[in-house]
Design a protein around this ligand. Structure first.
Ligand code: DGL
Length: 270
């Protein structure tokens, strides 16, 4: 059996899903193995067609299934928006996405029922957030907007400078005065730009990051099914990437506050 078998798969198009990984580490017993897959050779997914994202999502899910995971977290809004049904259909274990938990958290946070959603072009085009919000709060007004430049800005580490501020202002400043009181950061990278996004939409708007809400759902799902780890030894973290691991190592260590121990470059395409 491979190392990390019986663990939890965490799959993102690149590095952004580490926000979800971190929330899972905090929410789950320390005995759980976490296996993170970042498809760094093919990121971004958010600019690609639904067919392509579904194909990539299935390839990544199968890779983690071969490693023996007991549940899979799609730690990527784009995959969660357009590919979760296909992945659920093909995988024998529970699959959790970030959109349902994020939408629920937004419905809890809103006071006036005016909720903004920002994400990649694919996520916004799918309407998945608007649909999930309507299930919990049919009377809510949803204002959705794609902010594609935020992903490269976050990758570049330009999260709090004049370029990031100009992009946030161009995308979001007209939302001031729209009655918006809650904004869903519907992309794994956007929490890194929280400060400039908050400045652009103004005080009094709650920014919802789905990572913690997703981790709580994963924990609940494992508890319900009696799947929480019961081993004596501490859990291990395994990181897999599809492109050279140097940059992931550097940015990942910044993200997680320490060097990544088990990081491997792998091929997942079939
Ligand atoms: N992980 C993607 C998301 O949350 C952002 C990066 C990409 O476009 O692949 O939508």
């Amino acid at each position: 059996m491979s190392a990390g078998a019986g663990g939890i798969g965490v799959f993102d198009s690149g590095i952004g899903g580490l926000t979800v990984f971190q929330a899972l580490r905090a929410a789950l017993p320390p005995e759980e193995h976490l296996l993170y897959l970042g498809d760094t050779a093919r990121v971004p997914y958010g600019t690609k067609s639904t067919e392509t994202v579904v194909r990539y999502a299935l390839e990544g899910a199968r890779f983690l299934a071969r490693r023996g995971v007991k549940t899979l977290v799609l730690a990527c809004n784009t995959m969660s928006a357009v590919a979760i049904e296909a992945v659920k259909e093909h995988m024998p274990f529970p699959v959790v996405g970030v959109i349902g938990p994020g939408a629920e958290a937004a419905c809890r946070a809103t006071r006036r029922g005016v909720i903004g959603v920002i994400g990649t072009a694919a996520t916004i085009r799918s309407g998945a957030y608007a649909h999930a919000i309507a299930c919990h709060r049919p009377d809510a007004r949803v204002i959705a907007r794609a902010c594609p430049l935020f992903v490269p800005l976050a990758e570049e580490g330009w999260v709090d400078n004049e370029v990031a501020r100009a992009a946030a202002g161009a995308y979001l400043s007209d939302l001031r005065g729209s009655g918006l009181d809650t904004l869903v950061l519907g992309c794994t990278h956007y929490p890194l730009l929280k400060r400039v996004i908050g400045e652009a939409v103004g005080d009094g708007v709650a920014l919802v990051d789905s990572a913690e809400a997703t981790a709580a759902v994963v924990r609940g799902r494992l508890e319900e099914r009696g799947l929480l780890a019961h081993r004596a030894a501490p859990g291990e973290d395994h990181f897999f990437v599809t492109d050279s691991s140097d940059r992931f190592h550097e940015v990942g260590a910044r993200f997680l506050g320490g060097p990544l121990q088990r990081l491997e470059q792998v091929a997942i395409s079939e």
